[in-house]
Unconditional design. Structure first.
Ligand code: DC
Length: 219
């Protein structure tokens, strides 16, 4: 498929479990664009804070932590100070903590340049909570992916079970609802639908159908 312009920038936002990660990664591969999982950045900071015993409300300590760690994204792998932590950042504990630290605008500002640095070469598919509203306001295409809490909890459950985690679907549903509440109600860059965003509910769509729909938006 030929892009209307190069570089091209696709920004995708949506709540936990809406399928953003899977969909954005597939589109980036299809179109040979870079991929940014902005949630992974919050998760690396959260993981690092947890192992350094920094509470989620200590914004100054969290911000200076960002300056002192080395995070890298290599293909599917996430590295913290050259150690692979790919699966360690996907636990329910890190999910909750990353949503808690994401309320701090000072911390969010600290990682703006890092996120924007992924926009290079042919362009980027970026996914998260504020890609369409704050980080990439000039994106060529903005998409808001949604799905019911029940469907989203089921997807997360399957992902976590496949990775060998011991999780409970009821707890996961509660955790997702709490995270939705925190991510949409916070003052700093809350998750919301951008004016120009195309809204896509993925409840009854397969991964392939969702990717195809987004590709049709490009034209
Ligand atoms: O996309 P995710 O579930 O991996 O994100 C984990 C948390 O990080 C999410 O609950 C809130 C925060 N986050 C954010 O505030 N802004 C982003 N652009 C991405 C994630």
């Amino acid at each position: 498929m030929k892009l209307p312009k190069i570089p091209y920038l696709i920004a995708i936002d949506g709540p936990a479990g809406s399928g953003k990660g899977t969909i954005a990664k597939l589109i980036s591969k299809k179109l040979s664009l870079n991929y940014l999982d902005s949630g992974a950045i919050y998760r690396v900071i959260a993981f690092s804070a947890i192992i350094n015993n920094i509470p989620s409300d200590q914004v100054l300590k969290l911000t200076s932590l960002v300056g002192s760690i080395n995070m890298k994204f290599e293909g599917e792998d996430v590295l913290l100070n050259n150690k692979v932590i790919t699966d360690k950042i996907r636990t329910p504990e890190v999910s909750k903590f990353s949503s808690e630290i994401a309320v701090h605008s000072k911390l969010r500002d600290e990682i703006l340049n890092l996120q924007r640095s992924f926009y290079r070469g042919n362009g980027l598919v970026a996914e998260g909570r504020d890609m369409t509203t704050v980080v990439f306001v000039n994106a060529d295409l903005k998409v808001y992916l949604d799905a019911s809490p029940h469907k989203r909890a089921n997807r997360r459950y399957k992902q976590l079970i496949l990775k060998g985690n011991n999780v409970n679907i009821q707890e996961l549903t509660c955790e997702i609802k709490a995270r939705d509440k925190r991510d949409t109600e916070r003052k700093a860059s809350p998750l919301k639908i951008a004016d120009e965003a195309k809204i896509l509910n993925t409840d009854d769509l397969t991964i392939g159908q969702t990717v195809d729909k987004i590709l049709t938006f490009i034209n």
